[in-house]
Ligand binder design. Structure first.
Ligand code: TXA
Ligand code: MG
Length: 329
């Protein structure tokens, strides 16, 4: 029996609501999702409306195992099987051809579907109880910071039923990988690293670089420049520049791994960030949300560094770059 920290009653309630065509908040090890039954097109449309998500940005389908992944895909290549065996349950989303019966809403009209099996006991118990896949983006308004606690989800969507699974262990979104016959491409960085994927598949993995101005169709439409962004203007600076930036007459909350060496009145608050990559990832979105809540003129983030997991630092850097990209909306 899978342990259910949130209790059997909450789980039954979540199942009932989803079967009734209601979106719910649900936990995963990365971030919280805003879930609907993947084969319930009407509720999937509602999820897009609630988020204000562009209709062209497809959702991830959450499954309890590889057998369920095969129910939403028309072709599950050997490479997908090897990746699923190595990393599921876990923070790896695999793009493969969709099965024809899967509503077009889920894949934004595209021919592929992004599938993952989350490593969270509550999510797994939920999907198993439903015996059906859950389509779900991160449970935040489009472009805003992803939620890593039930409180974050409720702040985004007041009144939403949220299945409580505690704070998310990893804290940044899953790695998205597309496995094609000729190339394997990481479309979004996450806790599963390109190097780990390479060693499982025994072949070279490319890492996509996305930019709104880059021209051509985006291979993963969600990866626009500005994303994961607080409402407060956010600036990413080198640690050596922090003292100088802090002197500027703009009231700031600073996120840094070391104390800020300044007597500047402009620094209204500072949030100390962990030195290790795992700790930094796990606390990043909560820190950005707390900083946003202080309603200062800006958030200043000192570019983090640390020993150890270089690829996880690259994923963190990717999120910080998008959080601090200029708002062109
Ligand atoms: O960790 C996660 O992945 C979380 C939890 C809830 O599972 N979900 C998540 O979903 O981050 P969302 O919708 O915020 O991001 C999904 C990303 C988007 O960048 C989207 O464009 C991409 O996956 N994606 C989805 N389907 C795709 C497809 N068929 N081809 C390429 N990219 C796809
Ligand atoms: Mg998202």
């Amino acid at each position: 029996m899978v342990p259910v920290p949130s209790g059997r009653e909450q789980l039954d309630e979540a199942v009932r609501r989803l079967r009734n065509g209601e979106p719910i908040g649900f936990p995963t090890e990365t971030v919280y999702g805003l879930g609907a039954l993947a084969f319930d097109a009407g509720t999937v449309r509602l999820v897009f409306q609630m988020k204000g998500r562009p209709a062209g940005n497809p959702l991830i389908v959450h499954v309890s195992d590889e057998a369920m992944a095969r129910r939403v895909t028309s072709n599950w290549p050997e490479s997908a099987h090897r990746l699923a065996s190595a990393f599921w349950p876990g923070p790896l989303s695999i793009v493969a051809p969709k099965v024809s019966g899967l509503p077009a809403e889920v894949t934004a009209g595209g021919e592929t579907v992004c599938v993952r099996c989350p490593a969270h006991p509550v999510a797994l118990a939920l999907i198993e109880a439903l015996d059906a896949p859950i389509a779900g983006p991160s449970a935040n308004r489009s472009g805003h910071v992803s939620p890593t606690t039930p409180e974050h989800v409720r702040a985004e969507f007041p009144g939403l039923f949220v299945l409580d699974g505690g704070p998310c262990r990893i804290g940044i979104e899953s790695t998205v990988v597309r496995v094609g016959a000729d190339r394997v491409e990481v479309l979004r960085r996450g806790a599963v690293t390109p190097g780990q994927i390479e060693s499982v598949l025994g072949r070279t993995v490319e890492v996509a670089h996305h930019s709104e101005g880059g021209g051509g169709a985006l291979p993963s439409p969600g990866l626009l420049d500005r994303h994961y962004a607080p409402r407060t203007p956010t600036l990413l600076v080198e640690p050596v520049d922090l003292a100088r930036v802090a002197e500027e007459a703009v009231t700031s909350v600073v996120l840094a791994q070391e104390p800020v060496e300044t007597s500047s009145k402009s620094v209204g608050a500072w949030i100390r960030m962990p030195r290790d990559a795992e700790g930094y990832a796990a606390s990043l979105y909560d820190a950005l949300r707390r900083a946003d809540g202080m309603k200062m003129q800006r958030i200043v983030v000192a570019r983090p560094s640390g020993s150890g997991d270089a690829a996880l630092w690259a994923a963190i850097e990717d999120r910080l770059r998008r959080a601090s990209a200029p708002d062109r909306s």
